[in-house]
Ligand binder design. Structure first.
Ligand SMILES: [Zn+2]
Length: 284
């Protein structure tokens, strides 16, 4: 990754419905100065509160992780954060007129397209970096994610394994460069296991799930669109493990540093991912 901090070249916008609440929101991206970081501004709330996209803003409820500053909350940020990480954008203000970031097609494509169109510009100072010198690990049950040293760059290795049910074991290794991220990771879409979908519905979430933004995997391994239940076509044979890396890239970017290291993950999800991001932020 290059070393100069970046922002976007000009303002840009996108909108859509959030996957969990089904409410429509718009994002307005604005260039931001050196060392200002990444922040959301809730323009629909009195006094337009700012919510920093940083591990210090993390909060959770009913298995959902979100960013919070007092009463202002922003959720479903991970695919947008991944797009910002992939493009090396460290400074940006994102006005949002609701609580949830739009889902787009369930991947990072929507954000990548709009941010690429806005272009990036280098700012005067250097990026904040973090070189992994000793292993940092978090785990829970049989899931784990760790950062270990590597000579250069940022490499992700992910193993997706549901013990033989749902999806056959998938592993994926990739060095995150802008080119690799845009081509191999960003288009991978959200998926859900049929059993989790029921739990989501009970919690009143998943109201914005459509045939165009997610894939359901059934216990027998069949993949369908979530509403019509028509067969779903994948973008990559191993789209699911790629999506897990997309989430991990976005979650770790909440540490607000460029990591030099290898991230080795086994079955990890958002809650473990952000625990590793917190540890990296503490060490950085
Ligand atoms: Zn995701």
């Amino acid at each position: 990754m290059d070393s100069a901090q970046k922002t976007i070249g000009r303002e840009a916008e996108c909108s859509g419905i959030g996957m969990f609440r089904g409410e429509s929101t718009s994002l307005h991206f604005k260039p931001s100065p050196l060392n200002s970081g990444i922040s959301f501004v809730r323009v629909d709330l009195p006094n337009r509160p700012r919510v920093r996209a940083h591990v210090h803003s993390l909060s959770s409820n009913y298995k959902r992780i979100f960013l919070k500053n007092n009463e202002a909350e922003v959720e479903s940020v991970e695919h947008l954060m991944a797009a910002l990480a992939g493009l090396g954008i460290d400074n940006i203000e994102i006005e949002i007129n609701g609580r949830e970031v739009p889902a787009g097609d369930g991947s990072a494509k929507l954000f990548l397209e709009v941010l690429k169109k806005a272009g990036t510009v280098e700012l005067g100072g250097k990026k904040k970096g973090f070189i992994v010198k000793t292993p940092i690990m978090v785990s829970s049950g049989d899931a784990s994610v760790m950062a270990v040293p590597c000579e250069k760059g940022l490499i992700f290795s992910y193993t997706l394994d549901f013990n033989g049910s749902f999806i056959e074991r998938q592993t994926y290794d990739i060095e995150i460069t802008e080119e690799n991220f845009c081509r191999d990771i960003a288009p991978a879409r959200t998926f859900g296991l049929s059993t989790y979908i029921e739990e989501f519905k009970r919690l009143g979430l998943g109201k914005g799930v459509t045939d165009d933004n997610s894939i359901i995997v059934h216990e027998d391994g069949k993949m369908t669109k979530p509403i019509s239940m028509k067969p779903a076509k994948l973008r990559f044979p191993d789209e699911f493990v790629r999506h897990k890396i997309l989430d991990l890239v976005g979650d770790l970017y909440l540490a607000n540093v460029v990591i030099q290291g290898r991230i080795v993950a086994n079955r990890s999800g958002h809650s473990l991912n952000v625990q590793l991001a917190e540890k990296i932020a503490q060490n950085a």
